[in-house]
Design a protein around this ligand. Sequence first.
Ligand code: HEM
Ligand code: HEM
Ligand SMILES: [Fe+2]
Length: 482
Amino acid sequence: MLTSIKTNNFAGDKSKELAMMYFRVAIILFGAQLLMGLIAAFQFIVPGFLFELFDFSVARTVHINALVVWMLYAMIGSVYFMLPDETGIETVGIGIGKLAFWVLTAAVTVVVLVYIFVQIGAGTEASIWFINEGREYLEAPRWADIGIVVVVLTFYANVFLTYMKGEKTGLMTVMVANLLAVSGLYLAGMFFTDNISMDQYWWWWVIHLWVEATWEVFVGTLAAFALIRLIGAKREVVEMWLWIEVLMLFGSGVLGLGHHYFWIGTPEYWWEIGALFSALEPVPLVAMFVHVLYDWGKEQGIAKGKGIEGSVLTNGPAMAWIVMNAFGNFLGAGIWGFFHTLPQVNIYTHGTQFTAAHGHLAFFGAYATILVGMMYIGLQSAYGIKVLKANFKSKMGITLISFGVMGMTIALTVAGYEQVLVERAELGGGWEAFFTAQNLPWYIQGQLWRMIMGVVTFIGFIYLVWDLLTIGNTQKTLQEQA
Ligand code: HEM
Ligand code: HEM
Ligand SMILES: [Fe+2]
């Protein structure tokens, strides 16, 4: 991936070059995310570890903010990658897009360094502007927020102007409309109020309406794009699925927001609204699952019928990650989400390790997977490889990472279950109950297993990076020899 920008086969396609630049930063931030996760996980087991040097709060902040930022980078990269293919023209204003990339990357670096070097202090008007805005996942200080808005406007201008000038596929129409919603929602997380209920009320507009509505539509379009490219799926078929999913996702995801309004001081009618609509959310996720597997099976069947030997697949690792996405999204968001979405259940599970279990599997399954898949598609194109085959490293990467994340999820689910039984059901919640539950064997062992599975995930990540750095050159050479 390192050489893929200089020695690429894009033939001057600046949009695809920019996509690779975004992918590179994304993978670096993914690595940083995992390292921070390991530190935070170890602090659960040895609470004094790096105390006052690198506190848990800092490791956690960087862990989850890096998560959101690397995903946004990979998402922007994916859009720049598909834009010329879908519209049939060069991306309009790509020079400014490139400049925006550097501005954004410089800003992200400064923000992370400030998190690390200014760990504690009073929360004042100045700290909101320059240090940390204090909203979980979106902690960037206000100066960076404003910078992000400017950069995103530039990105959106690139996308919108190219769309208007070029061919308008159904897929791009969904993408352009959805990106407006993704960007617009960010604004809801930008204004400060010292009423914590109001703050949470708006904060969820970003977090929930991103991950359970707009980002899901985004991965729907990526899956559609990837299936056409990787297995030659029929555009009419994948686009039809895409429209159905968009309808369903917006139908359930928007009012599903109510499942975060059960206990924050919002009116009680949210119990019913949140329960009903969020319980419907797994439906579109099942549709997405069926969509990917159905198209795959269908195209394979057609190829077999025509007597084509083997598979019709043009990119093994990318397809593996996209199939993992279909499973992961369904399991992490659909199943683990549904578990705790009814108020009758959530009153016990709210804010326990159960929530963290769901958070890990959902973010990984629904987003990390398909974005890594897009990186493989980018690489294949950069090196001009006709059929990219998975090798030992690609397989180790996907297997260890998925196994590790699933392992962490199960470990945290066990810990969360114990919290529900002891801290909530038996002891009725509260300060004492919280610590009693944390000191029981099921909780401690759960944290130990999460640490072990975190290490497995990290080893998988090393394989993944190693593969991304080498697979292009190796297979290009093989292809030339053949
Ligand atoms: C890919 C999609 C999803 C992602 C990435 C995701 C991620 C997350 C994360 C990170 C949290 C914790 C937020 C915090 O820090 O407080 C959370 C909370 C929650 N999620 Fe999801 N989620 C997804 C989909 C779903 C779905 C489809 C459902 C329901 C069917 C669901 C139900 C919930 C509930 C009820 C909570 C609140 C938990 C609590 O009260 O502690 N999620 N989600
Ligand atoms: C090396 C592997 C990883 C380790 C050891 C790890 C560890 C941790 C720890 C210790 C926390 C803080 C939990 C708490 O406050 O109770 C956390 C939070 C979180 N991590 Fe990870 N993590 C890892 C990988 C990942 C991956 C791959 C993802 C998603 C793609 C992810 C997403 C999250 C999310 C969304 C939260 C916030 C959860 C919540 O507040 O409910 N992590 N992680
Ligand atoms: Fe939600």
